[in-house]
Design a protein around this ligand. Structure first.
Ligand SMILES: *Cc1c(COP(=O)(O)O)cnc(C)c1O
Length: 366
């Protein structure tokens, strides 16, 4: 007799995160390692969040506020919502889990795009819901028309990642307006805007505007992991209609956001200077990398985020390992259905230069 995990797990492909720096040190004996694999903030933690966490350390013996009242109030105030329109989680990943637990019945359908964030797939399977994936459109962009066509009477959730990870592309306001007009009220659309702060384009829609209009079937997901430099602390949040948010509080683990994360989030929201600096540097890094890729004739998707998807070809895995031996960690895209591609996070100027130099040498040998 063996103990069988529940059937949903049979379909789950375990999430493989970007390789940690320590692991590369152990396995490759490399030093001075650059991690450009997980879209972290290369400039570190928001200084205001860091100071707030230092101050909160002595409270670590107390359970955190399970309702995250101060943090949710700060988020509500900052973005102009009521308290009952905000939820928080131990990373946006955790909020995706809460949404899946709160809304999915066995056999419900969940529509996502191919080559998008794999966490959607994992929790869909865990709830024994049915995953429906639509292909990408030209330019590695999410095909909202295909997603609309994939909706059936069984569809419950639909995930739109904007900008999309790992392609970095955006869906425009016109495209999203048209799409949302065609989505039935009984389908909850989760707009995952983990990289919203980094987008320059005038065509980028502010998902929060749909929530402000009072739409009940839209949830906007954001995170402190990227622009605020708090990936290691784990803090994500979402805004929606009070009726849509309420079920999430039933399933959320009681103390899912810890004492340090709550303090960090409140302070980070005030750290406009760090956000501005990060966004400016990221814009420069993105321009530098994209120009270098063009020069090296490396095809890349149009990035609006803090990473760039590049096409290496059938040798992508070899190039990724060769970069590791040089102490540069980038992300393979096999798990994103893009085996010929690598996803490179935008780093500090000197890190970007190191990546470009290494790629130029490796690809010259192709
Ligand atoms: C990084 C990321 C998240 C958020 O991650 P957390 O660290 O769990 O907050 C969510 N969605 C996408 C698309 C991401 O890339």
């Amino acid at each position: 007799m063996t103990i069988r995990p529940q059937r949903g797990l049979e379909k789950i492909q375990t999430y493989v995160p970007g390789k940690p720096i320590r692991e590369v040190e152990r396995e490759y004996g490399a030093q001075d390692i650059v991690k450009l694999a997980s879209n972290e903030n290369p400039f570190g933690v928001s200084p205001k969040a860091l100071a707030a966490m230092r101050g909160a350390l002595t409270d670590a013996y107390l359970y955190p506020d399970g309702a995250s009242y101060d943090l949710r109030s700060a988020l509500a105030k900052h973005f102009g919502f009521a308290l009952n329109q905000v939820t928080v989680g131990n990373g946006a990943d955790d909020v995706i889990l809460h949404v899946s637990m709160a809304y999915l019945d066995e056999g419900d359908e969940v529509v996502t795009s191919r080559s998008s964030f794999p966490i959607y797939d994992i929790y869909t399977h865990a709830m024994r819901a049915i995953l429906v994936k639509t292909p990408l459109a030209a330019g590695h962009r999410i095909d909202l028309e295909a997603m609309a066509r994939a909706i059936t009477p069984k569809t419950k959730l639909l995930f739109v990642c904007n900008p999309n990870n790992p392609t970095g592309t955006i869906s425009t306001k016109g495209e999203l307006d048209r799409f949302l007009a065609s989505v039935p009220d009984r389908v909850l659309v989760i707009l995952d805007e983990a990289y919203a702060e980094m987008v320059d384009s005038d065509e980028f829609p502010d998902g929060l505007a749909y929530v402000r209009e009072g739409r009940e079937n839209i949830l906007v997901l954001r995170t402190f992991s990227k622009v605020y430099g708090l990936a290691g602390v784990r803090l994500g949040y979402a805004f929606g209609h009070p009726k849509t948010i309420a079920p999430l509080f039933k399933v959320k683990p009681a103390f899912t956001v810890n004492v340090l994360a709550q303090a960090a989030g409140i302070a980070a929201l005030e750290d406009e200077e760090f956000v501005r600096f990060t966004v400016d540097e990221n814009r420069k890094g993105r321009r530098y990398l994209c120009e270098a890729f063009d020069r090296l004739r490396i095809e890349h998707a149009e990035s609006h985020a803090n990473f760039v998807l590049i096409r290496i070809g059938p040798k992508a895995a070899d190039v990724q390992r060769a970069l590791l031996r040089r102490g540069i960690i980038v992300r393979p895209c096999v798990a994103y259905d893009l085996p010929d591609f690598l996803r490179v996070s935008i780093g500090k100027a000197e890190q970007n230069e190191r990546l470009v130099t290494a790629l130029a040498e490796l690809l010259a040998k192709r």
